[in-house]
Design a protein around this ligand. Structure first.
Ligand code: MG
Length: 276
């Protein structure tokens, strides 16, 4: 039985994953992505003349050209043919529809290309700022962040979602913006979450020793490299997350609420801190 937290080391920083950790996986899957699908056509109609929108369309158009060139040079004849975005000289309605078709094609294929992320980012920014989307966090998240700050610990975010998308979420929660409590944001620009080196780079950047960091995530493929880097880790169990295997339960401490990390006093509360 090992405690989650190493009692011999001062914890200085807490790094939080988002999806499945601070926020339900369903928020991204059932709210953010469907928002794009549902509102894309209307968004293009409303913002078509704007420079930003035309920049997004042009980036997507270039991606669609790259896709068809890659397709031509590929030996795999079974590859799905990607739709092409028409030129702005063509019929406006048809051109806009070709953008919609291509964006949906990218989303269906779960492509993580920059041009798609760029358009999604602009659409989400508008949705958050007009209150059409509210950033969801579990109810224990903000009290825990405030508790850690009261103990002079710093709180950071490390998510595969872009830093811009992270700031939108935490900048527009039901409690308003909580960005003031977050000391910094990291995305995959620093490295993939499955790489040991990424956690070392983050530690260096925030000026902490690896062992002074607690990393909370919902998946062991991220907890394992963080642990290998020498960070303290706990796997967070949330409604909607994939269940851990028996081996994973054995391998990693796990919690259902951030409050379990600082509950004090009774033996029962203390007991929650041990590896279950
Ligand atoms: Mg996650």
């Amino acid at each position: 039985m090992q405690p989650v937290l190493d009692e011999n080391t001062d914890l200085k920083c807490v790094i939080l994953d988002i999806e499945g950790t601070t926020t339900a996986i369903s928020f991204v899957k059932d709210i953010l992505f469907p928002y794009i699908r549902k509102n894309l056509k209307k968004y293009l109609e409303t913002h078509w003349e704007e420079e930003q929108c035309q920049g997004d369309v042009q980036a997507l158009r270039e991606q669609s050209i790259n896709d068809s060139e890659e397709k031509k040079s590929s030996a795999d004849k079974l590859q799905v043919v990607s739709p092409k975005i028409l030129s702005n000289d063509e019929n406006l309605e048809l051109t806009r529809q070709s953008v919609v078709d291509y964006v949906l094609f990218l989303m269906d294929a779960d492509r993580k290309v920059t041009s798609l992320k760029q358009l999604q980012g602009h659409m989400w920014k508008q949705a958050y700022s007009t209150g059409k989307v509210v950033g969801q966090i579990f109810e224990d998240v903000l009290p825990a962040i405030k508790h850690w700050i009261s103990e002079r610990k710093k709180v950071y975010i490390y998510s595969s979602g872009s830093v811009e998308a992270q700031k939108l979420l935490f900048g527009h929660t039901a409690e308003g913006s909580i960005l003031e409590f977050i000391s910094g944001h990291f995305d995959t620009k620093i490295g993939a979450k499955v790489e040991v080196d990424s956690y070392c780079k983050i530690a260096k950047e925030i000026g902490c020793k690896n062992k002074e960091i607690l990393f909370l995530t919902d998946v062991t493929r991220e907890a394992r490299p963080a642990k290998e880097a020498g960070c303290q880790v706990a796997v967070v169990l949330r409604p909607g997350n994939a269940p851990l295997s028996d081996e994973e339960i054995q391998e990693f401490p796990h919690i259902s609420s951030f409050s379990e990390l600082y509950a004090e006093g009774s033996g029962v509360e203390k007991a929650k801190l041990v590896k279950k």
